[in-house]
Design a protein around this ligand. Structure first.
Ligand SMILES: [Zn+2]
Length: 214
């Protein structure tokens, strides 16, 4: 009796939470992600190549509902969005994730980790049912990339990452949430290759249209 009334209490709290919630994609009340917006997260895989020649596979365009959901995951702590977004990521990651492949997330700045309490690329990899290998670390802080052009971004991130251990030819797929010019992915590949890893591709949740050549 006590258990069922406690369950009712939990149910009422959940109902109240959902009533106060709005859809992450379109602000429709009473839902965390409405069916229409969930449908907008259906992957539309695209491939491109970074300036450094690394193939990049993106699940979504960083636009509309997908961009809103990614911003809310990154900026507002709405980690429940990692699951539907990771479903999209998995469609481009899974075909490349052989048992021999290391899935390496782009490192998260310490300040961003402290603010969020989680690392976005790592969270997405886990929710996509893969195992992230934290092989890359930041050895220098890049300034905020927003507003920088492709060449400025390249200069800004160069030499900021280092790979742990020795790769000895191990195959790596790099994972990030959003690609804009590809400068960050190129720096990640440079650091991994300097340590003896073989970077076969990068996989990203979303690509910024027009900027990333998609
Ligand atoms: Zn919606």
């Amino acid at each position: 009796m006590q258990t069922s009334s406690r369950l009712l209490g939990v149910g009422a709290e959940l109902a109240a939470f959902l009533l106060a919630a709005t859809c992450a994609g379109c602000d429709e009340p009473g839902t965390l992600l409405c069916p229409r917006c969930r449908c907008d997260l259906t992957p539309r895989p695209r491939s491109s190549v970074t300036p450094g020649g690394l193939p990049v596979h993106a699940a979504l365009e960083f636009d509309g509902v997908a961009a809103r959901c990614i911003r809310r995951l990154k900026g507002e702590g709405e980690t429940y969005l990692a699951r539907p977004l990771a479903e999209a990521l998995a469609t481009v990651l899974s075909p490349l994730a052989t048992p021999m492949t290391w899935i390496v997330p782009v490192p998260t700045a310490r300040r961003a980790f402290r603010r969020r309490g989680y690392r976005v690329p790592e969270l997405l990899i886990r929710r996509a049912h893969a195992q992230p290998q934290r092989m890359l670390s930041l050895v220098a802080a890049a300034v905020d990339q927003r507003g920088l052009g492709a060449r400025e971004r390249e200069e800004n991130v160069r030499g900021t990452m280092r790979a742990r251990g020795r790769g000895e030819g191990a195959e790596v797929v790099i994972v990030d949430d959003v690609v804009t010019t590809g400068a960050t992915l190129d720096e990640a590949a440079r650091a991994l290759e300097a340590a003896g890893y073989r970077t076969v591709a990068a996989v990203v949740l979303a690509a910024t249209p027009h900027r990333s050549g998609f």
